[in-house]
Design a protein around this ligand. Structure first.
Ligand SMILES: [Fe+2]
Ligand SMILES: [Fe+2]
Length: 242
């Protein structure tokens, strides 16, 4: 059985979205499934994250797990504030997170699971790619297996957005319905971005929602290439399935 009922809300992003929400550098998303509510990353600033969550009508106390993509400040900066308000969390952290930080946070939350290079199932329909690229900036992406295809959420995509998409396909052998999050193309040239777009289209990625560190140029190029299959990302963007 696949996940049929899924709602993802971007609660922290440097791209502006709805009024009354504060955009700041970083990324975080609320992932709501029938039996799980997961917070993906925490942005760079706790008070702004909590305020955005509240303004969006979401409740941090409904969250039962926190997924950390990679140890950069713009993804873990709000973690203290999140844990302070909700210490009942199960954390899924990449093996690249500081051992000292893991040691300390274990005393503050319900449970901590360190994800190594191996892909892992976290819950029904929810997977981690495993910590990719551990020698550089080890990062994990989240995969949600839905009836219509895979939904893949990335933090910064430091291992490469194409490598992440390919790994997700390898793990679950299904097409990617939606690829969303930071694609880390902000310093790339138009030919490189075009190559990335081609590779993702060849990998049968249906919809994209590139935001955070994707960069203005890459966002515009994705918008042109994916047309009606492009979703504008920003703080407050909500994607629902079915
Ligand atoms: Fe980032
Ligand atoms: Fe990063």
């Amino acid at each position: 059985m696949k996940a049929d009922d899924l709602e993802i809300t971007i609660v922290f992003d440097n791209y502006p979205g709805k009024p009354k929400l504060t955009p700041l550098w970083g990324f975080a998303a609320f992932v709501q499934l029938p039996d799980q509510t997961i917070l993906f990353d925490t942005g760079s600033n706790g008070p702004v994250l909590l305020k955005n969550i509240e303004t969006l009508g979401l409740n941090l106390n409904d969250v039962n797990s926190l997924f950390i993509s990679h140890p950069h400040w713009d993804h873990i900066g709000g973690a203290d504030a999140v844990i302070e308000q909700n210490p009942h969390l199960h954390l899924f952290v990449p093996a690249s997170l500081s051992k000292h930080l893991i040691h300390d946070v274990k005393k503050q939350v319900r449970e901590v699971t360190v994800i190594n290079q191996q892909a892992a199932q976290l819950f029904d329909h929810v997977y981690s790619t495993g910590t990719m690229n551990e020698e550089y900036i080890g990062e994990q992406a989240m995969i949600i297996d839905t009836t219509a295809g895979l939904v893949v959420i990335t933090g910064c995509a430091h291992p490469g957005i194409v490598a992440i998409a390919q790994k997700a396909r390898q793990i679950l052998d299904r097409e990617i319905l939606l690829l969303m999050g930071g694609f880390h193309l902000l310093n790339e040239s138009p030919p490189t971005i075009q190559q990335v777009i081609r590779s993702l289209q060849q990998a049968s990625v249906r919809h994209v929602c590139p935001t955070h560190c994707t960069g203005d140029l890459a966002k515009a190029m994705f918008k042109e290439s994916f047309a009606e299959r492009y979703i504008e990302g920003g703080v407050g963007t909500r994607v629902s399935l079915p």
